[in-house]
Design a protein around this ligand. Structure first.
Ligand SMILES: [Zn+2]
Length: 385
């Protein structure tokens, strides 16, 4: 059985360094042979003429290219898929590992729709068709919210219950359906899974299957003696037990009062770093993030992020009435997020002239921007709310 798996991809080679990738779009590689359906979901075998159109190169890591595309069989409505192309045995290995965890498909790991073989450029390539699911998370695991860390650890426990343990969990191994959704899948752990981890410490003392709850993040590592040591190590590495504090830069906040570190990172007004000293930044940040946490609880995360710049304008008018702002920036890193994406990764708030006075707040001596050198106030106070 063979199937034509792609038809066209505009400029697939653009921007690729020469010689570091497989040219599957060359003439020799017009058809992909279906070699193994034992690693597959039931989807492809039921299709009479499956065709995959690759529309975008997602990433290219360690000689494995991941494309995004659409799977069709002639009937209306295609299915979004991710297609990994790399060394055949490597892809086959990944497909087999994926198959061995098929009970977790679509919940903890991606659904695998099939493995194909492809001869191209005198190399035997493997083509792995996977469910398309979101983007890799864009921050260290330690910056995730308690809820996200809890979901992630329970995914690891699901895999652990199959006698497997992940050895080196990285952000690139985690996909999320959308920013801060908490809907996560583990990926790309082909070489990092220890497969014969027969471990009795997966269960609760009451013989129930143990799963973490969000409030467990407020406990201590040694409160979980029945949980596998390796899983506890992963939890410790992502700073799951946070002692009730969350950090941004060197500032500490109470975890219940502010958003997660990854959200605060997006909401921090970068201009404050240049204008105010650390202690003032900390005071302002605490108030600002408390306010934004209340907004998130009241209106949801997406709405709060979408209106964050307007909220900052209004908040500064109230809390920093004499703060003359030339321009404002918020931290960025908005992979997949709209609408405040900027080409340099930063977010620009247009200048609004507001009065003629300079910044009214005392600054620590390390204020770095001489253009915005604020006037000192003898009492060192911040503006009143
Ligand atoms: Zn274990």
């Amino acid at each position: 059985m063979s199937a034509l798996l792609y038809n066209k991809l505009p400029n697939p080679q653009r921007g690729r360094p020469r010689g570091t990738y497989f040219d599957i779009f060359s003439k020799e590689a017009s058809e992909l042979e279906l070699v193994d359906l034992t690693c597959s979901s039931q989807l492809l075998p039921t299709m009479s003429r499956p065709k995959i159109t690759l529309t975008k190169l997602g990433n290219s890591i360690n000689m494995v290219d991941t494309y995004y595309g659409e799977l069709e069989d002639g009937s209306p409505g295609g299915l979004d898929v991710a297609v990994k192309i790399g060394d055949y045995y490597r892809m086959a290995n990944e497909a087999l590992r994926c198959q061995s965890m098929h009970s977790l498909w679509g919940k903890t790991i991606l659904v695998c729709h099939g493995l194909y073989g492809l001869a191209a450029v005198r190399r035997q390539l493997g083509v792995l068709i996977l469910e398309r699911f979101g983007l890799t998370i864009d921050c260290p695991l330690s910056s995730l919210s308690r809820m996200e860390k809890t979901v992630l650890l329970n995914h690891i426990l699901e895999i652990h219950s199959l006698g497997k343990i992940l050895n080196d969990l990285q952000p690139r191994n985690v996909l999320e359906s959308s920013f801060c959704s908490g809907d996560l899948r583990l990926i790309d752990f082909a070489s990092d899974v220890e497969s014969d981890h027969q471990c009795p410490r997966a269960a609760h003392p009451e013989h129930e299957t143990f799963r973490f709850k969000v409030e467990d993040a407020g406990k201590e590592e040694w409160d979980f003696p029945a949980v596998c040591r390796e899983v506890l190590n992963i939890a410790a590495d992502m700073q799951y037990w946070d002692d009730g504090d969350v950090c941004l830069f060197t500032f500490e906040f109470k975890v219940d009062e502010v958003p997660s570190e990854r959200v605060m990172n997006r909401l921090f007004p970068v201009n404050w770093l240049r204008v105010f000293g650390p202690s003032v930044q900390q005071t302002l940040s605490r108030e600002w993030f408390r306010y934004m946490q209340q907004e998130i609880q009241a209106h949801g995360l997406q709405d709060t992020l979408d209106t964050a710049l307007d909220k900052l304008d209004a908040w500064e008018k109230e809390h920093l009435p004499r703060y003359r702002r030339k321009r404002e920036w918020m931290f960025p890193d908005l992979m997949g997020a709209t609408p405040y994406k900027h080409k340099d990764g930063l977010v620009k708030i247009p200048y609004k002239a507001e009065g003629s006075s300079v910044v009214p707040i005392v600054s620590d001596s390390d204020s770095s921007d001489s253009d915005h050198e604020p006037e000192s106030q003898p009492d060192g106070s911040t503006p009143s709310a």
